[in-house]
Design a protein around this ligand. Structure first.
Ligand code: ZN
Ligand code: ZN
Length: 79
C-alpha cells in the first residue's frame, strides 16, 4: 500500500506528489502548473486512479483482494 501518488496533469505535464488520505475520494485536482481542473476519466473512481502513479487506497486495496471476491460491487469501505 502506497500513501503517495504522483499526479500528472494531462494538459501540461506538470506533476506533483500528493498524499493519499484514507477514505477521501479526490474528484478534482487543480494543476499548479497550468491551473486546469483535472478530473477522473470515465470508469475511474478518482483523480489518482486516472492520473496518478499510484491508485487511491480504495483501489489499491481492491486490487489486493482475491479475484474471487470481486464481481459483486466494490468492497464495503472500512469505517
Ligand atoms: Zn497542467
Ligand atoms: Zn480511485
Amino acid at each position: 500500500m502506497s500513501h503517495n501518488s504522483v499526479v500528472k496533469c494531462p494538459h501540461c505535464g506538470y506533476f506533483q506528489s500528493e498524499y493519499l488520505d484514507e477514505g477521501i475520494i479526490v474528484l478534482h485536482w487543480r494543476c499548479p502548473g497550468c491551473g486546469a481542473l483535472v478530473e477522473p476519466e470515465e470508469g475511474d473512481c478518482c483523480v489518482y486512479c486516472s492520473h496518478g502513479s499510484e491508485k487511491c487506497l480504495q483501489a489499491q486495496r481492491a486490487a489486493g483482494l482475491d479475484l474471487s471476491t470481486l464481481g459483486d460491487g466494490a468492497p464495503a469501505p472500512e469505517k
